[in-house]
Design a protein around this ligand. Structure first.
Ligand code: PXG
Length: 289
């Protein structure tokens, strides 16, 4: 079946799904986005993703122009039109078409795009073995310049870090913040386990407040495992008993090596595995609703 893309209330065939070169999303990276998963017909953490999109939009003074419920209906209609039950949903809201020049207020109305697609995942082998990652030199955006809690279309900070890790042959890059503490990866949040306690950088470290991160914290606490949101150093990572990354696409994936130092090579650690199991149970339970 021909894939269909939603643009401003209409569905277009993939090859006709085009936006103007005068869109400020293209010209200035002026816009926000979300990446969401749909498991067997149910959108996972739908409200949380929609809330984050509206928060991101508000942070950049962008009025989406639809209510949250209207936007949710548009997503569901697009999924239906594409007959997708297990998919990746990419929501994009750009500032819209305007004149050249930074002024966002000369753009008439925002442009809402909904792309639904299949998911690109790490291989099964990598889930079993764990990822080899590095700490990159690119510093995560200063929160007072462009706050990483805003999921904006300005991803160059992360892309520069991604280039570094690809050139080094690593699967992911861990980014430190301006103070030298661990922030997050280019497209995932990071957790470590030390002496059966889970640690993850606090929001104040300058991170995206990952929806998967929040789910994992909840699952761990429900299981009686202590979770501490604390500043982490490079040495905390090197000395960790376990390390894993979380994100909508990756879900939970173990880290085998950091900068060539062994964390849990061979197979994911005990706590990582137990959380992965709980996460899978949760997404499966969602599917049968
Ligand atoms: N940090 C950053 C910088 C991210 O971009 C996460 C953490 C994890 O957040 P969630 O809410 O997914 O647990 C992300 C997520 C894409 C795409 O299309 C990007 C993300 C997620 C899904 C798709 O590039 N980033």
């Amino acid at each position: 079946m021909e894939p269909k893309v939603y643009i401003n209330g209409k569905l277009y065939a993939k090859e006709d799904a085009k936006v103007s070169v005068f869109d400020h999303g293209l010209l200035y990276g002026d816009g926000v986005f979300e990446g969401i998963r749909c498991y067997n017909g149910t959108v996972f953490k739908f409200s949380e993703h929609i809330d984050r999109l509206y928060d991101s939009a508000e942070a950049i003074a962008l009025e989406i122009g639809l209510t949250k419920d209207e936007l949710k209906s548009a997503v569901l209609d697009t999924l239906k039109a594409n007959n997708l039950r297990d998919s990746y949903i990419r929501l994009v809201v750009t500032r819209g078409v305007g004149k050249l020049g930074l002024d966002p207020f000369n753009c008439e109305k925002p442009q809402l795009i909904i792309i639904t697609d299949t998911i690109q995942l790490y291989s099964k082998e990598l889930y079993e073995k764990g990822l080899d990652v590095i700490i990159v030199h690119t510093i995560r955006n200063h929160p007072e310049a462009l706050n990483p809690t805003v999921k904006s279309m300005n991803y160059l900070n992360n892309i520069l870090a991604k280039i570094e890790c690809i050139k080094a042959g690593a699967a992911e890059g861990i980014m430190l913040n301006k103070d030298g503490f661990v922030a997050e990866c280019t497209g995932d949040n990071i957790f470590i386990v030390k002496d059966n306690v889970i640690f993850t950088p606090p929001v104040s470290a300058g991170i995206l407040i990952g929806i998967t991160r929040n789910v994992v914290i909840e699952l761990a606490e429900e299981a009686g495992i202590t979770v501490r949101e604390e500043q982490l150093t490079q040495d905390d990572l090197y000395n960790a008993d376990e390390c894993f990354l979380t994100g909508t696409a990756a879900e939970i994936i173990s880290v085998a090596n950091i900068d060539g130092r062994k964390v849990s090579t061979g197979k994911p650690g005990k706590i990582t595995l137990s959380l992965l199991k709980k996460y899978q149970e949760l997404t499966m339970a969602y599917s049968s609703v």
